[in-house]
Design a protein around this ligand. Sequence first.
Ligand code: ATP
Ligand code: MG
Length: 509
Amino acid sequence: MGSPETEPLLRMRGIVKQFPGVRALDGVDLDVRPGEVHCLLGQNGAGKSTLIKVLAGAHQPDEGEIVFAGEPVRLAGPDAAMRAGIATIYQELDLVDGLSVAENIFLGHERSTLGFTRRGDAEKAARELLGRLGHPEIPPRREVGRLPAAGKQVVSMARALSHEARLLVMDEPSAALAHDEVGNLFRIIRELTAAGVAIVYISHRLAEIREIGDRVTVLKDGRAVAVGLPARTTSTDEIVSLMTGRDVEYVFPERPAPGPGDDAPEVLRVEDLTLPGSFADVSLSVRAGEIVGLAGLVGSGRSEILETIYGARRPARGRVLVDGRPVRPGDTRAAVRHGMGMAPEERKSQALLPNETVAGNVTVAGLSRYASFGWLDRRREVADVRRQIEALDIRPPDPARPVVTLSGGNQQKVVLARWLLGSAGLRLLILDEPTRGVDVGARAELYAVIRELAGRGIGVLLVSSEVPEVLGLADRVLVVREGRIVHTGAAGALDEAAVLNMIMEGSAL
Ligand SMILES: Nc1ncnc2c1ncn2[C@@H]1O[C@H](COP(=O)(O)OP(=O)(O)OP(=O)(O)O)[C@@H](O)[C@H]1O
Ligand SMILES: [Mg+2]
């Protein structure tokens, strides 16, 4: 841990970054000491990613100065930052899907052309790094595009480590990771900081900040509203009110009483669904108005179960019925016709239309509703989109803005807004990690919207890595382990420790 007397490794002063119409950074100061984990907190759109892109040489600041290891530096590009000793793991992983794991790790690396004369050497070095990260099973030759989200995250970490950086910047590294994987990440962080490496760590999970952080800097609307607070002793209330400028109650909406009774009709029925290599003999049901949560580790089969129900994967065996009618397997269009909607885990690659505006992304599911006599009713479309923007607090609240210019968390909200808006014919909403990357303030709003949809009789089936979220939001919880449902119970009758035990029993920690 960095002690107060040590000279900072990094000193940023008065950093300003202006985008068209947005002052993303408005004079930010940041000091990072060698060997410390310095956490950056702030709501979606506060400027966290922009600040670290300045550090990574990906954005040029309009004003301000950066001193690194005692020297003023100009980080003219990503190469300059890496040479200076700053490595970055981005929020949107910038891996090349078509290249192998080893090629990605050493991409843009001087050693990839000079040091490694043979591909085998690069693969050996890659294997060493992956082993150090606790993932010796990832094959260096595998195409990155074929790895699951958590695997990609590990490759991205390996690439950052390969530079032997003095400052490692991580933008929401845990967002794609489940509980046990986060433990592994923290172990690596502790090894690095013990060796004097400084870490800048961004996360929306306050519990993590307490566990791994030394100091905290809070950004709000492009300004640092608190610099270098102690991570362990600053209260959650204080941090949240610094972030939001108001007191936010981190609460789940009340479950309706009486809840969806046993007599409520089944919206979804799944019988003996089996996808070899992922999960087997999964049977479950969701009633009208019920929220059912799946809890399980990454790799337990939980996302594959959702994707198979939605028709994105073809099961070897089993049936899916909506309102009692069988849905053609392996056909997402059939799923949509039966009234299913899904917000997938990797929203960026699977759901976002990067060349579209916010409005274009929100209305894509319900386009036909705005077409009358061949004309698109733009006015009604914009009015509906505005309502969703308000409900989910999407910032900036501008339907015409290109979606790629929104912050990561706001992009998540856009994809969710699509299904909320397209809810007219919706019977079952499937949500894979609905709050990933969403800040604490907006989470409560999102929970309320999900509960409201259920209140309209829609069935909700969701996966979350955060057990308290599953327990707080769902009516019923199914625990998935190694491709099987090992427990089903009312959320109110379970606690976090019990669920974690069931999730992890028998798995290596
Ligand atoms: N390339 C860009 N062009 C225009 N505006 C941008 C661009 N990148 C970011 N912005 C804007 O700058 C502001 C800060 O965004 P940033 O991505 O830094 O937020 P963040 O704190 O990382 O949020 P999140 O928690 O959602 O990831 C936002 O208003 C965003 O819309
Ligand atoms: Mg961000």
